[in-house]
Design a protein around this ligand. Structure first.
Ligand SMILES: [Zn+2]
Ligand SMILES: [Zn+2]
Length: 156
């Protein structure tokens, strides 16, 4: 899964802007500069939460040729725009798939350094475990994750 968007409360947004403004030494920071700085689409919401939106296409790899999907960001965008529930693998196969969307609270839990219960992926044995919170993690080398529940699924 990949992060595609960041949703910030107006307070957090203001903080990011002021930090960035200080760093760049310019008083006026545009929304585009913030998005560029975070390398993600940024939206602001009134509620007092900061979220990262992660998306994942399943199944991945392709069930026909077993190649993993490439250019995930573009593939996800195409999937969302087409609304045909069909995923195209790098070899050109089209298969029926699903997009999962995860909303992850950031800043809420900062103690990720303290306790990392999983160091090795139970699926592929890789040590590339990405932690998003004390109990939320996924493997960077395969599809394993800690049972993250999509909170919202896109159906079109
Ligand atoms: Zn394929
Ligand atoms: Zn793995």
């Amino acid at each position: 899964m990949i992060p595609t968007e960041i949703v910030l409360s107006s307070g957090s947004y203001a903080q990011v802007v002021s930090e960035l403004s200080e760093k760049l030494g310019t008083p006026g920071i545009s929304h585009l500069q913030v998005a560029h700085h975070l390398a993600l689409t940024v939206s602001i919401q009134q509620e007092n939460t900061d979220l990262v939106i992660l998306k994942e296409l399943i199944p991945n790899p392709c069930p026909i040729c077993h190649h993993r999907l490439t250019f995930l960001r573009e593939t996800i965008e195409r999937f969302e725009n087409e609304g045909s529930h069909s995923i195209r693998c790098p070899m050109g196969h089209r298969y029926r798939g699903e997009l999962k969307v995860y909303y992850l609270n950031i800043f809420e839990e900062n103690d990720t350094e303290v306790d990392k219960p999983v160091k090795v992926c139970p699926e592929c044995g890789s040590k590339n475990i990405q932690y998003l919170g004390p109990k939320v993690m996924f493997c960077l080398d395969c599809d394993w994750d800690s049972g993250m529940e999509p909170r919202y699924q896109v159906h079109r």
